[in-house]
Design a protein around this ligand. Structure first.
Ligand code: F6R
Length: 601
């Protein structure tokens, strides 16, 4: 949700800021801009659309050593050049990620004082407020301190004040911000990939802290303006993770990484023995109820988690979308564990749900990908998935890694709660070992799914149906397809179609039917026959080989323990969604209107 970057140092800043913005483009891509200081003057350049438009209008050789940049995901005001960041009022120039919730109130007050505004953004209002405060405070740090008490909502700001062209400033609340350090200079950025071309050493700025950064110093102040010491962290990955490595799209690259991601995630917590599961997960023993809270695909992994934990560990699980959970009456108590699932660890609604549970003294566990992210830091416990850097906006490998964690948790709880016996455990542990090979085989068979995609990509709507866990998988498969191909797609519980939706089925309407749960297989088959007899083009996704040809195409899923089957089932459907979107010439890695990290409500 908007990417910000800043650099001050010995080297020319424009190439560094543009390379940082390119690495952050997954956070938003409807306009981009840069502000830099040249001969003590602030120069601003911005363009509508992707970073390439901005890049084409810049002189990379400009003698400038301090600058800030922004790639936008519009919240206030349409995606155009005027609303693009940076914004400037008086001596202040800023880039912003987040939402200033009290901007309307501040704007009225500032209009009264004679300020005028060119854009519709909350950011320009924040900029005017800094200018206004500075007139009284006459000191940059004091102005920023005051601003943190006035701005409501989420923000990470990169700030230049033209009275001090030797320093770059930053403040944050809720929205992520790191400060990175190298021999050639220092950076601010929304996320680590932005700086990996230059350094892997960084500091996490916390809420209400203020950073003052020169080319060879970083000073951080708390909300009383006392200087504080912060740890310098080292990012262990490399820039290679943020490169396509020969794949046409990041999404395809990330789909192809899933065998490794599964292996890395599992191996981190499980060495093939139940003791290793005990060591990592025994803190779960005491909970009698679980709430899983997340958004989008992470919510879908929660639905699968619920199915697995309830069926194999006999613990009731409630799954909620975070934007609802944060405002609803919760019936949790001291026996409840609230699990927050988030790839980015920065999703605003999920973070708010976590804070709500913490305020109510309920134990929290985060299942997160991004190390050191807000959700990871604030939860009582964290389980990191080992997906590495995920760049494509549509998640694939992080989804699989989240499912891997739910499979491990289920195996552990199922065993200690005596629902999984020694015999089943042995088979299950063998299947965990088989999984990377099975995932790889499915990925290598991509042509099969691509052929099916070629048959359906022109359809205007595509349905997914399934029962139980297969319905949860359908929801994710449907989201994957619609978010990248823009084809209307809905997932239904297979038994529910006849209560309304079946009227939408006509000749050749694709219906992708998932049937991996043996107990419900015959029931789902009856529902498939209902749509088939109304002309649907049925694509059956199942681990059963039917004797009867009630489908048009079959995607056969290998035999594996039911705790693991959803992971094998989603992969062909990720590949199918990818090819449908590719045939429709969609921007697969950056679907319209979306952003990778949703740090606004
Ligand atoms: C869909 C997708 C989104 C995210 C959702 C939550 O492909 O990626 O639905 O799953 O925005 O994001 P995180 O997991 O970062 O909290």
């Amino acid at each position: 949700m908007c990417g910000i970057i800043g650099y001050i140092g010995k080297e020319k800043c424009i190439p560094k800021i543009i390379s940082g913005l390119e690495a952050l483009e997954y956070r938003g891509y409807d306009s981009a801009g840069i502000a830099y200081i040249k001969n003590n003057k602030v120069i601003i350049k911005k363009e509508k659309g992707k970073i390439i438009n901005l890049k084409n209008n810049l002189n990379f050789d400009e003698e400038t050593y301090l600058g800030i940049g922004h790639t936008r995901w519009a919240t206030h005001g349409e995606a155009n050049k005027v609303n693009a960041h940076p914004h400037n009022i008086g001596k202040w120039t800023i880039v912003h990620n987040g939402i200033i919730e009290n901007y309307a109130e501040l704007k009225l007050e500032l209009l009264d004082k004679g300020y005028t505004f060119k854009s519709n953004t909350d950011t320009e209002v924040a900029c005017a407020k800094l200018d206004d405060l500075y007139k009284d405070e006459k000191d940059i740090l004091k102005t920023l301190k005051k601003a943190t008490t006035i701005f409501k909502g989420s923000y990470a700001f990169g700030i230049i004040c033209s009275d001090d062209s030797s320093n770059l400033y930053a403040i944050r609340n809720t929205s992520p911000l790191i400060i990175a350090t190298s021999d050639e200079g220092n950076f601010i950025a929304s996320d680590v990939p932005a700086i990996l071309n230059y350094t892997n050493k960084y500091i996490l700025l916390d809420d209400c802290e203020i950073a003052k950064i020169s080319n060879n110093s970083i000073n951080i102040y708390n909300s009383s303006l006392e200087e504080i010491k912060k740890d310098i962290l080292t990012f262990e990955g490399s820039m290679e993770v943020a490169a396509k490595n020969g794949y046409e799209h990041f999404m395809l690259k990330e789909i192809n990484e899933q065998d490794k991601v599964f292996k890395d995630t599992i191996n981190f917590y499980f060495d093939g023995t139940i003791d290793s599961l005990k060591n990592n997960f025994s803190f779960l023993d005491k909970y009698k109820k679980i709430d899983i809270v997340a958004c989008g695909s992470a919510y879908h992994t929660g639905l699968i988690g619920k199915y697995l934990i309830e069926n194999y560990a006999n613990i009731p699980v409630n799954v909620e979308v975070a934007s609802e959970y944060r405002y609803k009456k919760c019936f949790y108590d001291k026996d409840t564990l609230v699990i927050l699932v988030s790839q980015s660890g920065e999703t605003a609604d999920t973070l708010a749900a976590l804070r709500k549970a913490k305020d109510d003294n309920i134990d929290t566990l985060a299942i997160v990908n991004v190390i050191g992210s807000s959700i990871a830091r604030e939860a009582d416990k964290v389980i990191y998935i080992k997906a590495g850097c995920e760049i494509a906006v549509a998640t694939t490998k992080a989804y699989t890694a989240q499912l891997a964690i739910f499979s491990l948790i289920t195996t552990y709880l199922g065993f200690i709660n005596k629902i999984i016996d020694e015999y089943e455990l042995t088979n299950l542990l063998d299947d965990f070992k088989k999984m990377p090979k099975e995932i790889k085989k499915i990925i290598d068979d991509y042509k099969k799914y691509f052929d099916i995609a070629d048959k359906i990509f022109k359809n205007k709507q595509i349905f997914f149906i399934g029962r139980g866990i297969d319905y949860a998988i359908s929801m994710e498969a449907s989201l994957k397809l619609k978010e990248i191909s823009y084809i209307n797609s809905v997932a239904y519980q297979a038994g529910e179609l006849k209560h309304g939706t079946i009227s939408l089925i006509e000749k050749n309407t694709p219906v992708i039917a998932i049937a991996t749960d043996k107990k419900l297989y015959e029931k789902t088959v009856s529902n498939i026959k209902e749509v088939k007899s109304r002309g649907a083009n049925v694509i059956l996704v199942s681990n059963q080989l039917p004797d009867d040809k009630f489908y048009d195409d079959l995607i056969l899923i290998p035999q594996i323990h039911p705790i693991l089957v959803s992971i094998l089932t989603i992969i062909p459907l990720q590949l199918l969604a990818y090819k449908v979107a590719k045939n429709n010439n969609c921007d697969i890695d950056k679907p319209r209107n979306l952003a990778k990290s949703v740090t606004v409500e």
